[in-house]
Design a protein around this ligand. Structure first.
Ligand code: NI
Length: 182
C-alpha cells in the first residue's frame, strides 16, 4: 500500500467530472489497489472522507470513515464505507448548516448547508449493491464526497463566506462560541 499525493484547490483535476467504473472492473487489481491506497491516504491525513479525484484519479469512488481520534470526542463514529458509482436521492428538502473542511482545501473551515436526509445507492468494494438511507453527519460527509465526483468543493455550496475561517481562527472564534452556547 502507499500513501497518495492529495490534489489541492486550483488543480484542475478537482473540477473534472469523475467517470463511473464498469461493474466488472471493480474487482480488478488496479481498482482494488487504488481503493486500498486511498484508505491508507485518508487515514494518514486523518480525513473523514476521500474521493478518487482528490488523489488524481477521476473515477467515481469515495470512502468515508470517522473514528474517535485524539481531540475529537463528538461521538461521530462511522465505520469504513467504500462507495462506487454512488447515486444520491434527496429524501427531505430540509437543509442545515454545519462546519466542513477538506483535505484538498487544507486548514480552512466553513459553514455549509446540506440535506439532512438522503438515500444512497452504490456498489461496495466487492461490487455488491448497497442501498441505505443516511442522515445528519453521515449524510453530510456523503454529500461532500459526492460533490468531489462532480467537480465541486464545499466553497461552491456555501451561502456566504462570512464563516470561512483558517483552522486557528475557527478554534479561537467559532468553536469557542459553539461551546459557550452549549
Ligand atoms: Ni473534500
Amino acid at each position: 500500500m502507499s500513501i497518495l499525493k492529495v490534489a489541492k484547490l486550483g488543480n484542475p483535476i478537482l473540477r473534472e467530472i469523475a467517470k463511473p467504473i464498469p461493474l466488472e472492473r471493480i474487482k480488478s487489481p488496479e481498482v482494488q489497489q487504488l481503493i486500498q491506497d486511498m484508505i491508507e491516504t485518508m487515514r494518514e491525513y486523518e480525513g473523514v472522507g476521500l474521493a478518487a479525484p482528490q488523489v488524481h484519479r477521476p473515477l467515481q469512488i469515495f470512502m468515508i470513515e470517522s473514528m474517535e481520534r485524539s481531540g475529537k470526542e463528538d461521538g461521530k463514529t462511522t465505520p469504513l464505507m467504500v462507495l462506487i458509482n454512488p447515486v444520491l436521492t434527496i429524501i427531505s428538502e430540509n437543509l442545515y448548516e454545519d462546519w466542513e473542511g477538506c483535505l484538498s482545501v487544507p486548514d480552512l473551515r466553513g459553514l455549509v448547508p446540506r440535506y439532512r436526509q438522503i438515500k444512497v445507492q452504490a456498489y461496495d468494494l466487492s461490487g455488491r449493491v448497497i442501498d441505505f438511507e443516511a442522515e445528519d453527519f453521515l449524510a453530510r460527509v456523503i454529500q461532500h464526497e459526492h460533490d468531489h465526483l462532480m467537480g465541486k468543493v464545499f466553497f461552491d455550496r456555501m451561502r456566504s463566506f462570512d464563516s470561512l475561517s483558517y483552522l486557528q481562527e475557527f478554534v479561537r472564534y467559532w468553536q469557542k462560541e459553539q461551546k459557550d452556547s452549549g
